[in-house]
Design a protein around this ligand. Structure first.
Ligand code: F6P
Length: 326
């Protein structure tokens, strides 16, 4: 295998706080090892449109504290087609890019895995998503910031809920995973939590809210994770209102504020360590793997495994959330 001289780095899928810290680490560790580093703009779209940006140490100055991604991101469904990936590979060959670091979620890793399978391109993944649903790492880049953003919003909602005796249904992100829902629920002392991993029942939720009322609870927060099986926060609130018409209810969807903002200390450190780990992995001849952190150690998980599996939610936390909400 010829030595790696020039690496590309891109961010793909939903942006997450800490992606910039990861870009910075890839660029600086690459340059430290005498590599050229090319930033690829707008994820895989930039590979197709040759939107390339040579990067120097100073290109990533002062970005560690910035949310979003300076390289911009996109979802690129056409990258599922092999003919499209061929164009991307030829564009990389033409630009002399001989390895790729992909910062994103499992959809982004699928694209990277295909590039490795079809063209033998050395590729490595760095898990960046607020959802924390990626197998092969304790935490994904962006998750810690997102849950802190969410709890500060929910704490504020709690003030209004208490002042006006309202039950608030607060929808949080997470796609098909309940990590954001469960953590924010425990951290804000929510009265109830609906997450995709656990069967939810509207009547049981109403019974529980009534039980709280009998114990003189006059307000409440119900966290509804967006992938939950009984519907969106708006739908859940409507169903509850049908059963408990006397309840004053409101719905707040936190939405994309959870994706933005300056990354937390944990996310900056995680992103820096994983960015470092990604470049070292490529130089060590590893490919088709995702770099993660488990119990404080850098670990490498083959893409096929990272894609086929999901981070498992700790079921004990569901019980803890329930007990603490009583
Ligand atoms: O994967 C991150 C995420 O924010 C999910 O939590 C959410 O389901 C999705 O992206 C929203 O994506 P978009 O911004 O494309 O609507």
């Amino acid at each position: 295998m010829s030595p790696i001289r020039k690496i590309g780095v891109l961010t793909s899928g939903g942006d997450a706080p800490g992606m910039n810290a990861a870009i910075r680490a890839v660029v600086r560790v690459g340059i430290y090892h005498n590599l050229e580093v090319i930033g690829i703009k707008r994820g895989y779209t930039g590979l197709l449109e040759k939107d390339f940006l040579p990067m120097q140490n100073h290109s990533v100055s002062k970005i560690i504290s910035l949310g979003g991604t300076i390289l911009k991101s996109s979802r690129c469904p056409q990258f599922c087609e092999s003919e499209v990936r061929k164009v991307a590979y030829h564009n990389m060959l033409e630009a002399g890019i001989d390895a790729l670091a992909v910062i994103g979620g499992d959809g982004s890793f699928r694209g990277a895995h295909a590039l490795h399978q079809e063209f033998g391109l050395p590729v490595v993944g760095i898990p960046g998503t607020i959802d924390n649903d990626i197998y092969g790492t304790d935490f994904t880049i962006g998750y810690d910031t997102a849950i802190n953003t969410a709890i500060s919003a929910i704490d504020k909602i709690r003030d209004t809920a208490d002042s006006h005796n309202i039950i608030f249904f607060v929808e949080v992100m997470g796609r098909d995973a309940g990590f954001i829902g469960l953590s924010t629920s425990i951290a804000t002392g929510a009265e109830a939590t609906l997450i995709p991993e656990v069967e939810s029942d509207i009547q049981a939720l109403c019974d529980y809210l009534e039980y709280g009322r009998r114990k003189n609870k006059t307000s409440g927060i119900v966290i509804v994770a967006e992938g939950c099986r009984v519907g969106s926060a708006t739908e859940v609130a409507a169903k509850v209102k049908e059963i408990l018409p006397a309840y004053e209810t409101r719905v707040t969807t936190l939405g994309h504020i959870q994706r933005g903002g300056s990354p937390s200390c944990s996310d900056r450190v995680l992103a820096s360590v994983l960015g470092y780990g990604a470049v070292v992995a490529l130089l060590d001849g590893l490919s088709d793997v995702m770099v993660g952190e488990i119990n404080g150690e850098i670990v490498h998980t083959p893409f096929v495994k990272a894609i086929a599996n999901h981070n498992a939610l700790n079921r004990n936390w569901v019980k803890i959330a329930k007990i603490l909400s009583m």
